[in-house]
Design a protein around this ligand. Sequence first.
Ligand SMILES: [Zn+2]
Length: 137
Amino acid sequence: MSFWEKIKQTFRNFMAGRNGVDPLSVTLVWGGLIVYVLSAIFSSALLGLLSLVVYGYTIFRIFSRNGSKRADENRRYLAFKSKITTTFRQAQTRHKNRKQYKYFRCPNCKAWLKLPRKAGVVTVTCGRCHNNFTQKA
Ligand SMILES: [Zn+2]
């Protein structure tokens, strides 16, 4: 076994049963870096301390042996991230198709609905809550 193989094996043994790097850890590393750069730009000790706290928490998460709790945190983070990216993607689609469709919200449940432009005044039934209302396209 070569020197590097021994080091790899030692590290593998050390990391066995630990959380390791997950998407939340990667985001925390980037977030900590951004906060650190901001602390340097504004020479703010408070932001510098915050970046240290973020990095401390990231290191704690990576080496944590409580895998179920870390996986739960990661699941919540991924659900939150998915919600934000979906909102942005839908807004992008609405903006792209704004000339073909009139977009509006259901007055009852606030779901996004669309009508083709030049449809005139029509009675709309919401697909989510089945609320009927008139809408001008
Ligand atoms: Zn509705």
